[in-house]
Design a protein around this ligand. Structure first.
Ligand code: IPM
Ligand code: MN
Length: 359
């Protein structure tokens, strides 16, 4: 890619701690821009609760247009108690799900790797989490999240709710390929996670992943049931390299995997399809600490690095951000979510500034 280009970025801060962590991440992004001479053209968009308040729509048409016209989308977090009681189609989460679907970002990459010096901040024993370095490849645009029919209907004097899990061969093939390609650049092992002992969707999943694996003879493929995988993740997480799984299983397992590293506040994610990529932290909007300068901006900052790497091919710049984060952690600076005795407690703004100064 031509590095003299200007990259157009849609910036969606969203709700709760979203705006604070986004501010920190943009500070880092702008500083990388200044140092490297690469130009970033940033445009703000509304999504989630703020969009409901201002536009009565969790994903206003202008936001979607902005995202479609951008080279990458940065999203912080959405949702909060204020909007929890709205009907499903008007909830903040619906805005995010619609955006993922509209951009057709079907591959969600969620790495979980321990930062050196942070081994003690996990609730798991040091021996268990030592050297954990895995990535969850979560299918993001199918399964129970989008399957039809869905809804709640009145049946006599009760209610009945329906959701549908549905996957086509094509949907499974494309996500499986992503997982195998990623494994090729890592330790060459894919664990495909399903519930093939019960669900037809999982039976097709397993069969299709087996088929795709024939084109990747260099990659070792194994299968695990999701219940077993969730147990193995806390029993012996080092056994995993790439975990490939469907949407809901991936949602659950990636939260579990994130805690191996000590804090969900550290983990970025990339959502990729064949067009614009979407980059968001794995964490949510944490309304309880919003506006208090307590949130950890690192996941958002690392999401910028992921965008550089996957969407812009700016490998060197991505690495400079990751290095800066590592250095600041090594120097002992911690936001409240990752604080340990003997370390230096800092707020959102100070943490972002420290990382920026380290670049
Ligand atoms: C995530 C979140 C979302 C999801 C919610 C907010 C809809 O939990 O990105 O993991 O379930 O995908
Ligand atoms: Mn989740």
């Amino acid at each position: 890619m031509n590095k003299n280009l200007t990259y157009k970025i849609a910036v969606l801060p969203g709700d709760g701690i979203g705006p604070e962590v986004m501010d920190g991440a943009l500070e880092v992004l702008k500083s990388v821009g200044k140092k490297s001479g690469i130009r970033f053209n940033l445009s703000l968009g509304l999504i989630g609760g703020v969009a409901i308040d201002k536009k009565k729509d969790p994903l206003p048409a202008e936001t979607l247009k902005l995202c479609n016209e951008s080279d990458g989308v940065l999203l912080a977090a959405i949702g909060g108690p204020k909007w929890d009681k709205l009907e499903p189609s008007k909830k903040p989460e619906t805005g995010l799900l619609k955006l993922r679907k509209a951009l057709d970002v079907y591959a969600n990459l969620r790495p979980a790797k321990i930062f050196s010096g942070m081994e003690k901040s996990s609730t798991l024993k040091k021996e268990v989490i030592k050297d954990v370095d895995l990535i969850v490849v979560r299918e993001l645009s199918g399964g129970l999240y989008y399957g039809k029919p869905r809804g709640i209907k009145k049946v006599r004097n009760s209610h009945q709710a329906v959701n549908t899990m549905s996957y086509s061969t094509g949907e499974i093939e494309r996500i499986a390929k992503v997982a195998f390609e990623i494994a090729r650049k890592r330790r060459k092992e894919v664990t495909s996670v399903d519930k093939a002992n019960v669900l037809e969707c999982s039976q097709l999943w397993r069969k299709t992943v087996e088929e795709v694996s024939k084109s990747y003879p260099d990659i070792k493929l194994s299968h695990l049931y999701v219940d077993n995988c969730s147990m193995q993740l806390v029993r012996n997480p080092r056994q995993f390299d790439v975990i490939l799984t469907e949407n809901l299983f991936g949602d659950i397992l990636s939260d579990e995997a994130s805690m191996l590293t000590g804090s969900i506040g550290m983990l970025p994610s990339a959502s990729l399809g064949d067009g614009v990529g979407l980059y968001e932290p794995v964490h949510g909007s944490a309304p309880d600490i919003a506006g208090k300068n307590k949130a950890n901006p690192i996941a958002m900052i690392l999401s910028v690095a992921a965008m550089f790497k996957y969407s812009f091919d700016l490998e060197k710049e991505a690495e400079s951000i990751e290095k800066a984060v590592k250095a600041v952690i090594k120097k002992g600076y911690r936001t409240p979510d990752i604080m340990e005795s003997g370390k230096k407690l800092v707020g959102t703004k100070a943490m972002a500034k420290l990382i920026r100064d380290e670049l």
